[in-house]
Design a protein around this ligand. Sequence first.
Ligand code: ZN
Length: 311
Amino acid sequence: MRKLIIEARVNEYMMREQGNPNVPYTPEEIARDAVACREAGAAILHFHARRPDGSPDHAAESYAEAVRLIREHSDILVHPTLGYVTLDAGPEARVAHILEMAQHPERAPHFAPMDMGSVNVDRYNAQARRFETQELVYRNSTGTLMHFADAIRGAGLKPYLVSWTIGFTRYVGAFMDMGLLEEPGYLCFCLTDNTFLGGHPGTLRGLQAHLDFLPEGRRIEWTVVNFGGNLFSLAAPIIAQGGHISIGLGDYTYHELGGGGAMPTNAEIIRRVAGIARELGREVATPDEAKAILGMKNPGPVAGAPTGAKA
Ligand code: ZN
């Protein structure tokens, strides 16, 4: 079986006050976590730029600085968010910081994400039985996605496809049929166990529903996130079925793994996933091996090649 690609999702917009003080915020903290996660077995690092107080940082320079520091210290593949301006920005503005970074080898990412549809992202408080907001929509129109597909391919990056529900996955099939996405596709099933109700539950049945509707006859490498929940209950079935794992403190505090009052770090979570994989007879992929599995032929994004390069 192919080696397992582990992606460290180190921070998202998780706050340390939510229970785990090991969530990295600044570019320096993110880069330190990148090195530790790579040593623990991660091939890909996903991050959101944050200010020192943890609030979202929308500055393109912060993304560039984080990627530069990560690449200076590690060969881990870099996957910055694209969703940081989600509500009213046009498609050009949303992808601009990624395209700018892609032109400079020292701060070029390897992936750019495409969530293949739109979804409500208001947080639901199950205890209080109310939504904390009512108008938050993660909007990705068909035209926007077509723009992203062109721009990401043109920049020589690998599209990181995200599916919240089966309808998103059907878009992946259609985009492949239209020649807008190349094979193998890298597709992340975003399960949402708590907080967000827009994804499938973080259960075996939630995962299986995704797998049942993978586009037929297409080469797709799939990975699984459990946003708002513990992914470990699904780790063994995912690994046994040939999937990949995307996990970290950005999604969930993983307080269950803490001991003696200490909370786990991202690297400790990654190390556990790697251990489970080895117990099941599946080795963990290095960044170079992950590139080969995902069909990323180029050594990496190339300076001065904003168009025509193939991811
Ligand atoms: Zn993210």
